[in-house]
Design a protein around this ligand. Structure first.
Ligand SMILES: [Zn+2]
Length: 755
């Protein structure tokens, strides 16, 4: 069934991959396995065992071998995907027909639990399909994806539009017998019912028709929006022709720019692409102010140039269609519809949080600008700080004030040592042990696998696959996914999770050294993996990371905090040549720099999040995006030295799909929770406090979506999350009081972009 886990969780700070995550949801990708379920599967299994040659399509067979079976990665051929997906979808649809047309009266077991048992084959196929999509892509596979994407989406629609099925789900949901179900069963019934209703299952036929029309129209507009954005990002660029125009740029940036120029058949020149990864470093380092302004204008005007790639009219249309759809579904606005099944529940609560953080963040910006202006005046630059100066002067202030050089930190951060550090932390917090295994198939020689066990009892918990290195065909950024979710509908099924990143592989025998930011990312993704591994639920749809999108980053964000604990630094942040732990003086400098430039980071993020929410609260009025953006920012008191992180004509999170629409607030929402939760450890005596760790495991990491996240958090913390810990972490005044120190001792989080 479709309401199972999001197969891929991206670290959004480095990787925004709406296509992948939304695709994964649309695919109904989920990864449970229950070999008991289908007689057909059983027979198939026996056949394969008896005669491997008869096994025509390896994607369709049961996973075999130790650990409850593992994906047959070594036997995958791209040509097998299409027939496997088609066969698995057909099988799942016939299972669903059987459930929908059952002559027996609807019960939890014959309807909801039966849905949970369905789709085993499709789960296995889409798990492997997801791996190829994110980590093993090539033109041959992309052709398959283009063809199968719409087919998988249509498949999902067929299920939510199955009226007989919905009537049974509704009957179970409204039955007095529901109160006799376990709390987890009641929650699952609620989830099925809510998801069907949210998708329009209760609408009259003509409204349903209109809903599909709207969805199809929106899908077309989303594609046009992202193609316009992509066109401006690839067709516009800044050409630098002389050495003098490179003033201030570090060698790595010059080399990259020269490579782009060569690829564009401009050998001897340098090209700055119109993307964040090129423009941000250029704005940070270029000494040539007029070129900075040029690059900045090019970047912030993507999709807003009044030409064939202009996105403004598309935005107006998207907003109107969304407003109409929300009304059709019985909601006041699109924002109310989106928030209804999130932890925040209402747009008003997110606005309250964002407005509370906005004021101190904007005040901090004024201080940051004053510092930068002072420095510029000292240099007799004779300028007033403008948006294209912010990153440049912020970098100068950072160097002057904190004397922190990434290259000094790196020799202490060895990838493999930090991986051992993560395992050690998981042992302390969750009592897990890790042992590498070599007897399971992998899809690439770089991938390694560890078995996770309970340290005390030796009980098997699951498998952790690690795919750390960049290569062609692999998406950028870092992410976690689950090949199989923990569940025990009919028998114990253990989970298989993976962590993926894009470190540059070193020479054989040489350690891979990573940055502090990368180390934090490594722990972040491992937090998602632990969320999957610690899962202890009955039903796969509620398992592991299958939680609300404004809650799912909490377990990962909180795990970031253990990187900088003295225990990890002393044992695992050791110099790759001398073996000595990272010196305290360097740690102190990292710590002091942790709240630097948070005014800028917070304001540029919040401006986007607030405009996103306000646009989706505005109802069905015809919105001129540019005018709306200007008016909203003026009302907020947006500092003139900063522009929104994503201006509306290039706000792919919000307009290239529904995924993050009225949802960009999620990053700060979960950051509030993770900061508050970490404080529970600080208050109790440290990051390794056993009692707090046990509460975290019991109420957060193990429960998946079996209870409402707000209730789960209250059970962990004894109260709702408070905003103070976030303010402290970002170095903002708490209750109007300025902090004496930018961050509490022993808590080190480098300034990072949240999105
Ligand atoms: Zn994440």
């Amino acid at each position: 069934m479709k309401f199972k886990s999001i197969v891929t969780i991206c670290l959004l700070s480095s990787c925004f991959a709406p296509t992948r995550s939304i695709q994964a949801q649309a695919n109904g990708a989920k990864n449970e396995l229950n070999p008991k379920f289908s007689m057909k599967s059983k027979t198939q299994f026996t056949t394969v065992e008896a005669n491997p040659a008869a096994d025509e399509n390896p994607l369709l067979v049961e996973w075999k071998g130790a650990f409850g079976g593992t994906p047959l990665f070594d036997r995958v051929k791209v040509a097998d995907f299409k027939p496997a997906l088609e066969a698995a979808m057909a099988e799942n649809l016939s299972e669903i027909e059987r459930i929908a047309n059952n002559s027996a009266a609807p019960t939890f077991e014959n309807t909801i639990a039966a849905m949970e048992r369905s789709g085993q084959t499709l789960n296995r196929v889409t798990a492997v399909y997801g791996v190829w999509s994110s980590a093993m892509s090539n033109p041959e596979f992309q052709t398959v994806e283009r063809e199968m994407g719409p087919k998988l989406a249509a498949f999902s629609d067929k299920i939510t539009q199955n009226e007989a099925l919905f009537r049974r789900i509704e009957a179970v949901y409204n039955s007095p017998a529901k109160t006799k179900l376990t709390p987890e069963q009641q929650r699952l019934t609620w989830l099925y019912y809510t998801n069907f209703v949210r998708a329009g299952a209760r609408l009259k036929p003509d409204a349903k028709t209109r809903l599909s029309q709207i969805n199809q129209q929106l899908a077309g507009l989303f594609t046009r929006f992202s193609q316009n954005q992509l066109a401006d990002e690839s067709e516009q660029f800044l050409v630098l022709k002389t050495e003098a125009e490179l003033a201030g740029l570090p060698q790595s940036l010059r080399d990259a720019a020269a490579e782009v120029a060569t690829a564009k058949k401009m050998p001897g020149a340098w090209v700055i692409s119109n993307t964040r990864s090129s423009v941000d470093p250029f704005l940070t380092y270029s000494d040539r102010r007029e070129l900075r302004e040029k690059a900045w204008r090019m970047f912030v005007n993507r999709g807003d140039n009044g030409d064939a790639h202009d996105n403004n009219a598309i935005i107006t249309e998207i907003l109107q269609l969304r407003a109409e759809r929300a009304k059709l579904l019985g909601y006041q606005t699109h924002a109310h519809w989106r928030l209804d099944d999130k932890m925040a529940k209402t747009p008003e609560r997110t606005m309250e949080l964002m407005e509370a953080v906005w004021k101190p963040a904007a005040a901090r910006v004024r201080e940051e600008v004053a510092d930068m202006q002072k420095l510029a005046d000292k240099e007799t630059a004779k300028i007033k700080i403008e948006p294209w100066d912010y990153r440049y002067y912020a970098e100068k202030v950072r160097k002057e004030r904190y004397d922190l050089d990434q290259n000094e930190v790196k020799p202490y951060l060895q990838l493999e040592k930090l991986r051992e550090g993560m395992f050690w932390v998981a042992g302390e917090l969750f009592n897990f042990s890790f042992a590498q295994v070599t007897n399971v198939p992998v899809y690439h020689p770089d991938v390694r696998v560890w078995e996770v066990k309970d340290k005390t009892t030796g009980k098997h918990i699951g498998l952790w696959y690690f795919d750390p290195f960049a290569r062609e065909g692999k998406s950028s950024g870092a992410w976690m996914n689950a090949y199989r979710n923990q569940e025990r509908v009919d028998k114990n099924v253990t989970t298989i999770v993976s962590n993926n990143s894009n470190f540059v592989k070193g020479k054989p025998g040489e350690p891979v050294l990573i940055s502090w930011d990368d180390a934090t990312t490594l722990f972040h993704e491992f937090g998602h993996a632990l969320h999957g591994l610690a899962s202890n639920v009955k039903y796969p749809s509620l398992s592991g990371t299958s939680v609300a999108t404004d809650y799912v980053e909490f377990p990962s964000q909180i795990l970031e905090r253990w990187v900088s604990t003295p225990e990890v630094l002393q044992k695992f942040a050791v110099h790759y040549q001398t073996g000595k732990p990272i010196p305290q003086i360097l740690v102190d400098r990292i710590e002091r720099a942790s709240t630097f430039n948070q005014g800028f980071a917070t304001v540029e993020y919040l401006a986007s999040a607030l405009v996103d929410m306000k646009m989706h609260l505005a109802g069905s009025q015809k919105i001129d995006a540019d005018a709306f953006e200007r008016k909203t920012l003026a009302e907020l008191g947006m500092p003139g030295e900063i522009v929104m992180r994503h201006r509306t004509p290039q706000f792919g999170h919000v307009f290239s799909g529904d995924g993050y629409s009225a949802g960009y607030y999620s990053y700060i929402w979960s950051d509030v929770i993770s900061a508050d939760a970490y404080d529970a450890f600080v208050e109790a005596g440290g990051p390794y406090d056993k009692a707090v760790a046990e509460r975290l495991r019991k109420n957060i990491f193990s429960v998946g979506n079996t209870i409402d996240p707000a209730d789960a958090y209250r059970a962990f913390r004894g109260r709702d999350p408070k905003i103070e810990a976030l303010m402290k972490k970002r170095g903002f005044p708490v209750n109007g009081k300025k902090q004496a120190k930018p961050a509490p001792a022993k808590i080190v989080v480098m300034p990072r972009q949240t999105n």
